[in-house]
Design a protein around this ligand. Structure first.
Ligand SMILES: Cc1cc2nc3c(=O)[nH]c(=O)nc-3n(C[C@H](O)[C@H](O)[C@H](O)COP(=O)(O)OP(=O)(O)OC[C@H]3O[C@@H](n4cnc5c(N)ncnc54)[C@H](O)[C@@H]3O)c2cc1C
Length: 237
């Protein structure tokens, strides 16, 4: 074992390729999941594999995603079928001296398990958590769903029992002979750019922007970036 683990490893989650990048501890897994708003959910329907991007949120050791009660994905997943849930963040591009050593800096999580549908009571609670996760205060500010809207919405959950993370924050993996050449190597960090809020043109005149919109910060949630930053390496040459 290369890294501490506080979650049981399974044959599916035991990393083979670049196993030293594996993280099996709950804190690493949770921080990667919580830093993202978008996940990919893989499942097989009628013998065909689908990977559907959707929004997710986490409460304790469950992740949740939601959608229309008419959604094919949700109708399939409420039958307790196996799913693979994944979240990925791209933190940078590594330029190396050797063509084979260019790389991506990333943090990712893959979890396996059987999906299930929440009860009506749980659905109503976890959807309020979902709103407040996007922006704390959003749930109390917004109009509450009416009974028809509740009926039209389903929430699927997955217990994070079989899960692993992979984090690549490595320097270029160039060999000694390549290090001695005069080719430049380094990293370009990437992050999602947040722009200023744009009011809906149909807003009533003079309506003030709520504090949770003013305070909204994607990067505050995005968590730890690569350990390898220009500040830490201390060289811009
Ligand atoms: C942004 C990005 C770019 C990548 N680019 C490449 C690329 O160009 N080429 C390439 O080969 N690989 C790339 N990878 C790594 C890729 O995700 C796989 O880890 C790798 O291909 C090995 O796959 P495998 O099935 O052989 O892994 P194995 O080591 O056999 O996987 C065993 C188990 O480890 C866990 N695991 C494996 N990969 C991940 C992961 N990324 N995140 C969380 N858990 C994981 C899963 O539980 C999996 O079932 C990239 C990853 C990311 C996030």
């Amino acid at each position: 074992m290369d890294t501490p683990s506080d979650m049981p490893l399974s044959d599916r989650t035991r990393m083979r390729r670049y196993h030293w990048l594996a993280k099996y501890d709950r804190e690493s897994v949770n921080s990667i999941i919580d830093a993202g708003i978008i996940c990919q959910v893989g499942y097989v329907f009628d013998g065909v594999p689908y990977v559907t991007p959707t929004s997710h949120w986490r409460i304790d050791d469950h992740v949740y995603w939601h959608g229309s009660s008419a959604s094919r994905m949700l109708k399939a997943q409420e039958k307790n079928i196996p799913v693979c849930f994944s979240v990925t963040h791209i933190d940078g591009i590594v330029f190396a001296r050797a063509a084979m050593n260019h790389n991506i800096l990333y943090r990712s999580v893959m979890a396996f398990g059987n999906a299930s549908v929440t009860s009506e009571e749980e659905k109503r609670h976890v959807l309020s958590v979902f709103c407040d996760r996007l922006a704390p205060g959003l749930w109390d500010y917004a109009r509450r769903p009416n009974e028809q809207e509740w009926k039209a919405t389903k929430v699927i959950k997955l217990k994070l029992d079989e899960v692993a993370a992979k984090v690549n924050d490595a320097l270029p993996g160039d060999e000694e002979p390549d290090l001695a050449t005069d080719r430049w190597a380094g990293m370009v960090a990437l992050e999602l750019m947040q722009k200023a809020p744009v009011p809906d043109p149909r807003l009533a005149p003079g309506l003030k922007m709520p504090d949770f919109v003013k305070a909204f910060s994607y990067s505050a949630r995005a968590g730890d970036r690569s350990a390898w930053t220009p500040e830490k390496v201390g060289d811009d040459s």
